[in-house]
Design a protein around this ligand. Structure first.
Ligand code: B3K
Ligand code: ZN
Length: 880
């Protein structure tokens, strides 16, 4: 904790480590009142070190040093300096063995970084800088060492003792204690270290790799969760096979373990051979997990597994390179999910997140490049920009090179850098070397923050039969960066005739057989492209499949959008045309007088969709969802949230009233589908019927109410039960809402993941989640400030999803959030800093809101003893 300005770390000041660690020998003595950590480091001077001298500096945080010895000789207190977060030994030899003994208190660790306790078990989280909370160490990713770890604990309380690698020895000790020793043959940075000790059951399976090796797979959970591991195990095996087939990557250890932990700051962690997961990202069963949860589990299991190569075997040189492993791995997991289900739907979901949240981040005070140039607290940089925009950057390379050359590039990258800690530039270089393409200008995607804007206009010359697209690129200023250069942007397009048929894209006057789709490569501020031989003015389909993370401004007419909605062969653009039309209709109502007519063609377009049984139902299900309030806010200049909320509600009400019979028919058509399945078709049917139900209850339809009550009571899966609960909670049927919420809690109160759903359904509802009700949820016996999932499901969901309630005039929502941030900052700064996020974009809102949001930020800023995490976010948000 601190009040002074934290130090800023700069990429430009990177220096190789002065000393390397070849081997680490750890011994953990775990007790109820603390843990003793014995560490022996075999170290030597780094031949590549730039500074001279023989001073050793090790990182440490919240440690009690018990003893220190160099080559077996105890160091006297004047032979080293303990400077709080650094242990300095002024003189060390070229090569030496350092033995450090520290005492730590996992049972009091509420930051959930380093070694801590969750539901009675010991577990770790070391990325990014948690290992220094365990022992003194050069805690930076470019120091890679081989680890041997012996874990000792009481045998009856902690029968399972795990660490990275393979178990090599185990046995009993005095006083009912026992030990297991683990050895990890692969050198790794300390952030990939993991330890678990607990009373856990294991689910076992095996996987035979492409070269015929048998891998022992284990998922460790508390006994009550034993029946909820099957899906994660299946996803793991599919991930392992997929990585072999698509990237040629085989698993390397003999054992792969996953452990489920209830108290966890993020989703999961890719520790070598011992992934640790937030319970909500691994445990699932038909009756307790929604379709969305199953899909998230599949994606996260794959993501963490894929890190074994993209992250662990080849790791980051420093934390500025974080997207090297995260952007690439998100790209890999999105390819995997696309292959497992519907590629169009997966693309729609990814782009929705990107455009709603990452674009907002990139336009706000925390905007930073995919490879940031500086930070105060690295935990604040596990952002949508690093992950999602980073994945889009890799996707663009994939699209520019094509699948085959991209694979050649990834093979070269893994081969060339196996066992090394490298940079994003090394990644791009491997792609260049394998493909022969020059990605020089493309590298700006890593250096420049901000979402590029493409202003597109068109012109049709009837006489010549030539259609011209004029495209102007600009990259907006972001904090610390202005006057940016144009970037290399792949811009995929197609043209349609008035029948909806694709037209050949002939770019020369003599061409006649051009392709139906082209990727235009934009590299200059201004481009013009001409298409010849066109007998009529075509309808353009721009940025197909969202070929680059940019904003496109083109003066769409509603006719064009309606046309693309039903004709574009690009599924993504078909969906996007519908979104654009709905956005246009909603926006036009925001400032319109009461009683303004709602575009009748929107109603007819939705009617067609609701009755379309030919089109891929997964796409139909996505097309029926109106753009979210968050996206509408992101698109507006100065958001008046209650006005946006009202306009969206008005459209929803109008659609539901006009389409009532179609909604009932759609509901019936998609009801009662037999056994629960997780196929894209079955997921689409559940989505369709729950959307129909939600719309019917939005207008308090009596028949809809009866269907919702019946579905709530009889559902054989959580997607349908929760869909019905959500519909009832958001309806005007107050007694049904109260009864359903009570029944749901009664039934699932012992299941933390379902209780989180119960909290979030209320916290996200403008009917059940007004501030007094949110405050009541915080007092509920099932709420727990120490559990990040609970905090997110109430406070995070209220401020991030219940936007009309959060932005209620008067600023009560903002003050509430500020108070919760201050409260959490003392116990868990990482979670506190993340919760600040909705306030950071205060400049985006109309003045009566922004001034109060700013006041709330100042309230946090003025708290005494602010963590480095919250300090950085709040001060950057308030900077001019
Ligand atoms: N690498 C971890 C994230 C660690 C976050 C530390 N604050 C999960 C992942 O991206 O796979
Ligand atoms: Zn990751």
């Amino acid at each position: 904790m601190r009040t002074n300005q934290p130090q800023t770390i700069y990429l430009s000041e990177y220096q190789p480590p002065a000393y390397l660690v070849d081997h680490v020998n750890l011994r953990f003595e775990l007790f109820e009142d603390g843990a003793r950590v014995h560490s022996t480091l075999s170290m030597r001077r780094n031949p590549a070190a730039m500074q001279s001298g023989s001073t050793l500096e090790l990182d440490g945080d919240s440690l009690t040093l018990e003893s220190l010895a160099l080559n077996g000789q105890s160091l006297a207190s004047d032979e080293y300096r303990n400077e709080g977060d650094k242990l300095v030994i002024p003189t060390v030899p070229e090569a030496f063995e350092l033995t450090v003994v520290t005492w730590i208190e996992p049972q009091n660790n509420t930051r959930l970084e380093g070694l801590y306790k969750s539901s009675g078990m010991f577990c770790t989280q070391c990325e990014a800088e948690g290992f220094r909370c365990i022992t003194y160490y050069p805690d930076r990713p470019d120091v890679m060492a081989r680890f041997q770890t012996r874990v000792e604990a009481d045998k009856s309380a902690y029968p399972v003792l795990l660490s990275n690698g393979n178990p090599v020895e185990q046995g009993d000790l005095e006083n009912g204690r026992h030990f297991v020793t683990w050895e990890d043959p692969f050198p790794k940075p300390a952030y990939l270290f993991a330890l678990v000790a607990g009373d856990l059951v294991e689910k076992r399976d095996t996987f035979t790799t492409c070269s015929g090796r048998n891998i022992d797979l284990r998922i460790y959970v508390e006994a009550r969760n034993a029946r909820k591991c099957d899906y994660a195990m299946d996803a793991l095996k599919r991930s392992m096979r997929w990585d072999e087939e698509v990237y040629g990557r085989e698993y390397d250890l003999d054992i792969f373990m996953i452990v489920a932990v209830d108290d966890f700051n993020m989703g999961a962690m890719e520790n070598k051979g011992l992934n640790i997961f937030n319970s909500s990202c691994v445990l699932a069963s038909q009756d307790t997990a929604t379709d969305a949860a199953f899909q998230r589990i599949e994606a996260i299991v794959a993501h963490e597994y894929f890190h074994n190569w993209s992250g662990n075997r080849v790791t980051c040189r420093d934390w500025f390179q974080l997207s090297l492993k995260e952007g690439f791995t998100v790209f890999r997991d999105s390819q995997f999910s696309a292959d497992m289900g519907s590629p169009t739907v997966k693309r729609i979901e990814d782009v929705t997140l990107l455009r709603t949240a990452q674009f907002a981040e990139d336009a706000g005070p925390m905007a930073h490049p995919v490879r940031p140039a500086s930070y105060m607290e690295i935990s604040n940089f596990y952002t949508l920009t690093i992950y999602e925009k980073g994945a889009e950057v890799v996707r663009m390379i994939h699209n520019l090179l094509g699948a085959e050359l991209f694979r050649k590039g990834s093979d070269l990258y893994f081969d060339r850098h196996d066992g090394q800690a490298v940079t994003t530039d090394d990644f791009v270089k491997a792609m260049e070397d394998a493909s022969g393409r020059d990605l020089g200008q493309f590298r700006l995607w890593y250096e420049q923050a901000g979402t590029p804007v493409l202003a597109v206009s068109d012109h049709y010359d009837e006489v010549q039969g030539v259609y011209r697209l004029d495209i102007r690129q600009s990259v907006p200023d972001t904090p610390g960066q202005s006057g940016k250069k144009p970037q290399h942007i792949p811009f995929a397009i197609g043209l349609l005739d008035s029948e909806g048929q694709p037209l050949p894209l002939n770019m020369g006057a003599e061409d006649s057989n051009g392709p139906a789709e082209r990727v235009l490569e934009l590299t200059e501020t201004q481009h013009s492209f001409e298409f010849h031989g066109l007998k009529e003015r075509p309808v353009p389909s721009l940025l197909r499949d969202f070929s680059a993370p940019v904003r496109v401004h083109y003066p769409w007419t509603r006719e064009q959008l309606l046309f693309l909605m039903s004709h574009d062969p690009d599924g993504f653009n078909r969906w996007d045309a519908g979104q654009k039309l709905a956005v246009d209709v909603i926006q036009s109502l925001v400032d319109a007088p009461q009683g303004t007519e709602i575009e009748p063609r929107l109603v007819e377009a939705y009617r067609l969709l609701l009755n379309d049984t030919e089109l891929d139902q997964a796409l139909v299900a996505k097309m029926l969802l109106l753009p979210s309030e968050a996206y509408l806010i992101e698109l507006s200049e100065q958001a008046d949230v209650p006005a946006i909320h009202d306009a969206r509600e008005q459209v929803l009400t109008h659609l539901a009233q006009a389409l009532r019979d179609d909604l009932l028919a759609c509901y019936q058509r998609n009801a009662g589908q037999g056994d629960y399945q997780l196929t894209p078709g079955a997921i689409a049917r559940r989505s369709l019927r729950n959307t129909a139900l939600a719309w019917l209850l939005h207008i308090d339809d009596k028949q809809g109410r009866a269907l919702a009550v019946e579905q709530f009571e009889q559902a054989d899966n959580m997607t349908d039960r929760l869909g019905a609960l959500r519909a009832l909670v958001n309806s005007g049927f107050e007694s049904d809402r109260i009864r359903a919420l009570a029944e749901f809690f009664e039934r699932f109160q012992d299941d933390p993941q379902v209780v989180e759903l119960w909290f979030s359904v209320q916290a996200s509802s403008d009917r059940a989640g007004q501030l007094p009700q949110i405050q009541a949820l915080l007092e509920h016996p099932a709420f727990d400030w120490k559990n990040p999932n609970k905090v997110r499901s109430v406070v995070g969901v209220f401020a991030g999803q219940n936007l009309a309630a959060f932005h209620k005039p008067g600023g009560s929502g903002y003050r509430f959030l500020a108070d919760q941030v201050c409260r959490l900052d003392d116990s868990n700064p990482q979670i506190a800093a993340r919760l600040v996020s909705p306030l950071t974009r205060w400049k985006k809102f109309s003045p009566q809101y922004s001034s109060q949001m700013k006041t709330a930020l100042e309230r946090i800023r003025d708290k005494t003893e602010l963590s480095r995490d919250v300090y950085e976010v709040v001060h950057k948000s308030l900077a001019d």
